[in-house]
Design a protein around this ligand. Structure first.
Ligand code: ATP
Ligand code: MG
Length: 390
């Protein structure tokens, strides 16, 4: 039985602004992701629906469905059987194709859409034929036209009939790329992958910067970041990651900046390096996983000092969230189990016993000046490793 995917206008997050441009970008995103992970698909648009059909019948269709469901901009999809426009074939296809889904249901209804007006049955007749046929085979079912467990939809179009059950939920959000590009400062922690996902959901495509301090931080810590970004990339597609060697800069901060200002200084330098990389890659903002009050470097006063060092707007979508709320999202997007693997992040290297929680901007600038070294910073940026994550 040939299966296809139907994307209807109502199932796409394309309201407002540039509907057409958004749709083009979304279709391009879907095509690229399918091509990259499953294979070639043919896209056909007709009557406010896009039909996505595999070119090769042997592709992994379940995987294709899963991929499309996770793409930002897709609110829902319908996975459908395609069959000949013959009422007997339609009845049998509906029963076979939806047998599993219907066997778990108590109630159902059939809805028919007939765009081919030459088809010998009108919509109410199609509903009667198909509904009656299903009832005569699955005796546990009852019809409920108002609130059915399963809505069986039969669409008779120009060349084929399509049959599908309930719509599958998509990731929602805006199509990636419709909001420009931003650079996430990604650690191996719980918060920054969630922050990345939340901003990508608003249509931003992502570049990522990660600071690594070997041998204080391990290769496993870097791989953890790759794994985390892979999870986020399921929703937003390719992410270009730049891993910046940070050891010497951190040692230099430890040796030259007041101990209680270590973390603030480090975070200011991270912001400056991230800004340089972000601007070079045409990003319009930075993203972090910071949340007010979570740790000493995330008090309002500390954040002022960090913010001041950034040369771009800093998006902090977790800023007002409780840890539990952040964790809830991380579980939903499947990053939580990776985040809690116990590999050290550079932020926990050399952390002072008594970090200053109410630094002033003047103190922060003075501490940074004492530890700033142009050459170290330039070398770190020049030696950043690039990896494209899909
Ligand atoms: P996370 O769970 O995201 O690690 P956190 O609560 O542990 O956050 P910090 O370690 O203070 O907080 O880091 C605050 C933010 O700084 C992170 O959310 C992230 O955006 C950024 N950050 C921390 N460590 C790194 C790193 N090694 N490389 C890049 N960015 C980092
Ligand atoms: Mg952290």
């Amino acid at each position: 039985m040939k299966e296809i995917i139907l994307l209807k206008d109502g199932e796409l997050a394309l309201k407002g602004l540039n509907r057409r441009t958004f749709e083009d970008i979304l279709m391009k995103n879907i095509r690229q992701r399918l091509r990259h992970s499953v294979g070639e698909f043919k896209f056909t648009r007709s009557q406010s629906t896009c039909v996505i059909a595999p070119v090769d019948e042997n592709i992994d269709f379940d995987k294709a469905v899963d991929i499309i469901q996770h793409i930002f901009g897709v609110v829902g999809i319908s996975r459908a059987a395609q069959c000949e426009k013959d009422i007997e074939v339609i009845k049998n296809t509906a029963l076979e194709y939806l047998r599993d889904e219907l066997s778990f249901a108590r109630t159902f209804k059939v809805e028919a859409k007939r765009s081919d007006k030459n088809f010998p049955y009108n919509s109410p007749q199609i509903c009667n034929e198909v509904g009656g046929f299903i009832l005569s085979h699955l005796h546990h079912l009852k019809v409920d036209v108002h609130n059915p467990d399963v809505k069986v939809t039969v669409e008779v179009r120009d060349n084929h009939a399509f049959i599908h059950g309930n719509q599958l939920k998509g990731a929602g959000g805006m199509p990636t790329g419709t909001g420009g590009k931003a650079c996430v400062l990604i650690s191996g922690g719980i918060d920054s992958p969630v922050a990345a996902w939340m901003m990508a959901k608003r249509g931003l495509s992502l570049t990522a910067v990660h600071f690594a301090s070997p041998p204080y931080t391990s290769e496993r810590a870097e791989m953890k970041v790759h794994e985390l970004l892979k999870k986020v990339a399921r929703y937003c597609g390719r992410i270009d990651l730049y891993t910046v060697p940070f050891t010497e800069i951190q040692e230099n901060i430890r040796d030259n900046s007041p101990e209680d200002m270590f973390t603030i200084t480090m975070r200011r330098i991270m912001m400056k390096i991230a800004t340089r990389i972000a601007e070079d890659k045409d990003c319009g903002a930075l993203i972090t996983g910071e949340s007010v009050g979570q740790v000493a470097s995330q008090t309002m006063w500390a954040l002022r000092c960090t913010d001041d060092a950034a040369g771009l707007p800093v998006f902090r979508p977790c800023i007002g969230m409780d840890k539990n709320e952040i964790i809830e999202i991380s579980r939903k997007i499947d990053t939580f189990d990776i985040s809690i693997e116990p590999y050290e992040d550079c932020c926990t290297v050399f952390t002072p016993k008594h970090p200053r929680t109410k630094p002033t901007l003047e103190m922060a600038i003075e501490a940074e000046n004492a530890a700033w070294d142009d050459e170290l910073v330039n070398t770190a940026i020049a030696n950043a490793k690039h990896l494209a994550i899909h």
